[in-house]
Design a protein around this ligand. Structure first.
Ligand code: BGC
Length: 454
């Protein structure tokens, strides 16, 4: 009954060409990292440092590399016609630059053809965090040379797949891989401090903009990038806390959006960003701009912020959701349904005339699940999608939201959390590799059927 109401509400608002899809990423699912000539990525190294919560690794992950034909049948079963995954840079260029690995490219050929044969439209993310270790050995994103390595890699991807692939997402969530990987050291490559973060941030911004411009110049039809955002609120309305919240907001939500829009870094709000000047060359102001065909929006939570003299750079502290007595996800983030629509409101006002069409390129949640019975009872996930879609609906037309991808098609390797945070519509038994639809998969399937019924 409730699904009936939701689907008819969606139908009155959403056009028939609205994109409904699901996503995964290469490193989180493919496994098969030591075969067919693949190079190593920074994550493989990071895992060896015992930095993963359950001490697991992505060596096998979901074995998507070998099981993609049946996994794509799960997409057909769900009734979702768009599939987002990423290309593994070390798989196709084991040293990051130079020689191309034909077997790696052949795999992405097979994958792309299988999607197309099954009536599924491919969306490829060029960079979803698995930097070739060979490039990290040269400094990774901290070394400015990475920009040209990245463009060479993009050229290989597009040259090879561009005849069949229209939809390209240049980067996935730069603030997360720059912040967690080059400032906090909790993601690969485990680097810390401003001296790593600021140059990494600037080089990622350059690579992102030049990547978008390059693919557009090559004639790719739909080129975007996917940024993550968090809804930021001050703990109260005191000016001190409000200003602290603005600094956090600028750092998380603007550092990878503003430069692309031609607005440079938000140094007035977050003065510590001025130190970026050290890494900037005179032509960068121009090189860092791009007009993507769309922006991918990924919002998982909100953060509540308080002023703190003790915190370096930001003088702001993010209050833990648990300590605020709010419901939390497996990642310890607040379960907060309106976060996405709050960000959409902000994006529209912030981007102004530079606003481009939006896709929700990831939408998902993870809470502890029991897998002793199938289908896995993940009522919380259905509740999440239901609530988020309701808050999203009023934005779809006015803000030109053109699609949404469920995250994730199946449970997978959740980075530093290992296998402790299941995000899938399908449960994966990581011993047998068997997949089974969860209750939410039936919900998604029914919604897709209702929406297609016309
Ligand atoms: C990332 C995914 C990840 C998801 C859930 C996003 O930040 O793009 O790779 O699985 O969040 O944490």
């Amino acid at each position: 009954m409730i699904l009936e109401n939701l689907s008819s509400n969606i139908k009155t608002i959403v056009s028939p060409d609205f994109v409904w899809g699901a996503g995964i990423s290469a490193y989180q699912t493919e496994g098969a990292r030591d075969i067919d000539g693949s190079g190593k990525s920074i994550w493989e190294n990071f895992e060896q440092g015992r930095r993963i919560k359950d001490r697991s690794s992505a060596a096998q992950a979901c074995n998507f590399y070998n099981s993609f034909p049946s996994d794509l049948s799960m997409m057909n079963w769900l009734g979702l016609d768009h599939f987002k995954t990423s290309i593994s840079w070390p798989r196709i260029m084991p040293d990051g630059g130079g020689a191309v690995n034909p077997k790696g490219l052949a795999y992405y050929d097979r994958l792309t053809d299988e999607m197309l044969n099954k009536g599924i439209t491919p969306w490829y993310v060029a960079y979803h965090w698995d930097l070739p270790q060979a490039l990290q050995d040269k400094g990774g994103w901290v070394n400015r040379d990475i920009v040209s390595y990245f463009l060479n890699y993009l050229e290989v991807c597009h040259k090879h797949l561009g005849d069949r692939v229209d939809n390209w997402i240049v980067m996935n969530e730069p603030i997360v891989f720059a912040g967690a990987g080059y400032f906090l050291g909790i993601h690969a490559p485990g680097k810390v401090g401003l001296k790593n973060f600021l140059p990494a941030m600037h080089h990622i911004n350059l690579a992102n903009a030049e990547g978008i411009n390059f693919l557009q110049a090559e004639g790719a039809k739909n080129v975007g990038t996917a940024l993550s955002f968090a809804s930021i609120q001050s703990v109260d309305d005191s000016p001190k806390n409000e200003e602290a919240a603005q600094r956090v907001h600028a750092t998380i939500n603007q550092t990878f959006l503003d430069p692309m829009l031609g607005n440079w870094y938000p140094t007035t709000i977050a003065p510590f960003l001025r130190k970026i000047d050290k890494y900037v060359r005179s032509s960068d102001m121009t090189r860092i701009r791009a007009t993507p065909d769309f922006l991918g929006v990924q919002v998982y939570t909100r953060e509540v912020v308080k002023h703190s003299y003790l915190m370096p750079y930001l003088q702001a502290k993010i209050l833990s959701a648990k300590k605020r007595n709010m419901p939390v996800t497996s990642l310890g983030q607040e379960l907060y349904y309106p976060a996405l629509s709050e960000i959409l409101d902000w994006l529209v006002s912030h981007m102004g005339s530079k606003k481009v069409p939006l896709y929700i390129t990831e939408c998902g949640v993870s809470m502890p699940e029991s897998d002793t019975i199938h289908p896995v009872e993940d009522g919380y996930r259905m509740q999440y999608y239901h609530a988020v879609f309701e808050t999203l609906l009023p934005h779809i037309q006015s803000e030109d939201v053109r699609g949404l991808f469920y995250w994730s098609l199946m449970d997978n390797f959740e980075w530093a959390e290992g296998y402790t945070a299941p995000f899938g519509l399908f449960h994966v038994d990581f011993n047998t590799l068997e997949r089974n639809p969860k209750q939410s998969a039936y919900w998604v399937k029914e919604l897709a059927e209702r929406l297609k019924r016309g």
